[in-house]
Design a protein around this ligand. Structure first.
Ligand code: CAA
Length: 259
């Protein structure tokens, strides 16, 4: 792995690659270099067959307090226009394998947006979620206005984005922004458990399921159903599908190979 400054990347264990945001002095603020490192690590994980799932966490205390405001302060409008960050966000969004987030503490602004790039979110009961950009005279810039509406609905999205108020982990669970809330000491462990479990599933089916679910955000029901049917048909040509069905018939555990 190349020299990384802003994230820690684990060895792959049980199919899971763990990325830990590592700027504790700035509440893991997502400076450009951090996003670049994350995009590059995810792209190399895409090519690595040993990586089945990715766990993203900020550690025990904080997930991320948003874009790095100090870095942002140096950019004028032209600087923002030429900013490479949107490209890094697109590269992160394009990661085709499941990403599970373990969120403790503040999950704000770009941090909340990074969390929404993940497919499953486990939150500690100390987590706080918000899009406080409005307090800086700006608006969310990495998908917050779009992904929030699709996840928690218009009224709550408006409340978060327009007021800058934070919501608790329990509220985030009520609004389906996260899937489970646990005590903070268990957040990473529970997220890892899920990531490891998904890593044992047939990788092609996992990948196509993720693609189909994400597509539902941006397509009509009819073309979504079409995509699902094509993926379903394609899976009938995989060895893993034969193995899964044979294992069921023979009352044994399947041995998936990703073929
Ligand atoms: N960028 C840069 N540094 C940050 C930061 C950020 N987003 N958030 C926190 N820090 C730094 C602080 O400057 C401080 O460092 P110094 O001691 O060197 O000054 C350190 O982290 C600790 O922060 P606080 O002293 O403020 O800690 P606190 O516990 O009193 O408050 C907080 C915590 C509520 C998270 C507060 O730090 C805060 O409001 N942070 C900014 C949150 C925010 O506005 N996020 C949105 C950013 S814009 C964005 O994300 C745009 C986008 O969509 C892409």
């Amino acid at each position: 792995m190349q020299d990384l400054q802003d994230i820690i990347v684990s060895d792959v264990s049980k199919g899971v690659l763990t990325i830990t945001l590592n700027r504790p002095e700035a509440y893991n603020a997502l400076r450009t270099n951090l996003l670049r490192e994350m995009a590059e690590v995810l792209e190399s994980a895409t090519q690595n067959d040993d990586v089945k799932t990715v766990l993203i966490t900020g550690g025990e205390k904080v997930f991320a307090a948003g874009a790095d405001i100090k870095e942002m302060a140096a950019l004028d409008a032209v600087g923002v226009m030429n900013d490479p960050r949107p490209t890094y966000w697109r590269r992160i969004a394009a990661f085709p394998k499941p990403m599970v987030a373990a969120v403790n503490g503040f999950c704000l602004g770009g941090g909340c947006e990074l969390m929404m790039h993940c497919d499953i979110v486990i939150a500690g009961d100390n987590a706080q979620f918000g899009q406080p950009e409005i307090n800086l005279g700006i608006i969310p810039g990495a998908g917050g206005t779009q992904r929030l509406v699709r996840t928690i609905g218009k009224s709550m999205a408006m409340q978060l984005v327009l007021s800058g108020e934070f919501i608790s982990a329990a509220q985030a669970r009520d609004f389906n922004l996260v899937s489970e809330v646990v005590i903070p000491e268990r957040t990473i462990e529970r997220a890892r458990q899920l990531a490891e479990k998904i890593a044992t599933k047939p990788p092609i089916a996992v990948r196509l399921a993720k693609e189909a679910i994400l597509r539902s955000y941006e397509t009509t029901l009819d073309s979504g159903l079409n995509l699902e049917r094509k993926a379903f048909t394609m899976l009938a040509a995989t060895e893993d599908r034969n193995e899964g069905i044979a294992a069921f018939m023979e009352k044994r555990k399947p041995n998936f190979t990703g073929k």
